[in-house]
Design a protein around this ligand. Sequence first.
Ligand code: SF4
Length: 498
Amino acid sequence: MGTAMFPGERPDRLEEECAVFGVYAPRDDVARMTCFGLQALQHRGQESAGIAVGDGETITVEKDLGLVTQVFSESSLAALQGKVAVGHVRYSTSGGTNWEAAQPHISAIDDVLIAMAHNGTLVNTKRLRAQIVDAGIQLRAGTDSEAAAKLIGKFTQETHHLREGIRKTMEMIEGAYAMVLASPDTLYAWRDPSGIRPLCLGELPNGRGWVVASETCGLDIVGARYVRDIEPGEIVRINDQGVFSERGVEPRAYAACIFEYVYFARPDSVLDGQSVYQARRNMGRILAREAPVEADLVLGVPDSGTPSAMGYAAESGIEYADGIIKNRYVGRTFIAPTQELRQLGIRLKLNPLPSVIAGKRLVVIDDSIVRGNTSKKLVAMLRDAGAAEVHLRIVSPEVLWPCFYGIDTDTREQLIAANMSHEEMRSFIGCDSVAFISVEGLRASIPDVKTPGFCEACFTGNYPVEIPASTVRDSFKTKADFARDFEKESADSSIALA
Ligand code: SF4
């Protein structure tokens, strides 16, 4: 609900990460297929888009800031001819918002070019960057993804095998990664040993080739059949010899990001066997049992809150209504609003239907509350439209900890649930009641996954991949911790003065 819409604006939600797409299909227009794949995955990143194509001899890349449809035209796609392609849409969780940081990243290994794209965040980038610079290799973008691409180049040069270059890089990098790479004639795809970010494999009909994508909606749009998810720690290699799978690094306990089911993934995607739409309906049903309330209507905050609202309505017997309409064409844009328009805030994206909600007691289902400012504006907007009562029901547990695995979250100091009790939150937001699904309830909403095991760190603080102490120092402090530090420093300085 609180996605930032304009440059420089901080989002009031867990912000999407990135998406990757890859295709090996020698008889197809691979650039055009990648362009469609990236459009299906556009919800995961709107800051930049890029496609790199291998034609058997070399790699050509086209990338820029903007949405897929802003970056690519008929003529730019026509110039990208080949048999293998990788693509990327980006939301910046590491490095800046500039052309250099847009992906795929190109590296030269002797005189052979490779193109790599990454979804996720590496937690040991600082150390990797120092090692790369020490080895005399220049870094331009400053992103974790560029660091990984450079390492692959370095190790491939040393071992004379790209597979070995990827494998050795996987041994060094830590964190969340789903990566795709195109050499002039081969497509590679691999996933971190905990499987934090999603990546799946699909097959094109009539033996035309293979596709990899962050979500199955990226396979559907090009007519590929879902085959399976890429395994944690696995490297898949696809070329004219076929599809090959090998172990890159030993898998660890499976820790797929549970928030993919709540909000990041598209509802028509299937992650590890679980329909995202069905999971969201289940969340609503379970939340209705965990946090019932007397009301006249159930509304969902579009889009991610809608299936959960239907689930809540079905379980509670309270009527479901479309009471909040989304303005679909005000998305992330590079056109900043005037100050007057900015003051409209949430009204630019959501508009209530007074004819539906006036005089009614509402249960409003949303996916998450991060800082609480957007929820506050939403409640005020519903009250202005005549709502008699507004009860917020949230289908994620309280977000108490920051994410370091590819999702843009604030420090604990800025997370409302880390700093306020439920009653304080209710009073700040201005609603009649607020309740969150439990961690157990959220887990129970996802019963069909083939491999249970989730990262739930933003709710529990149990991080599946260790975060370097230098990174967490201030991110883990709540307002109360900062106040305590301040008091201690003041006391220390008065002792010193005395
Ligand atoms: S910390 Fe939260 S948002 Fe980040 S990967 Fe884990 S579950 Fe997903």
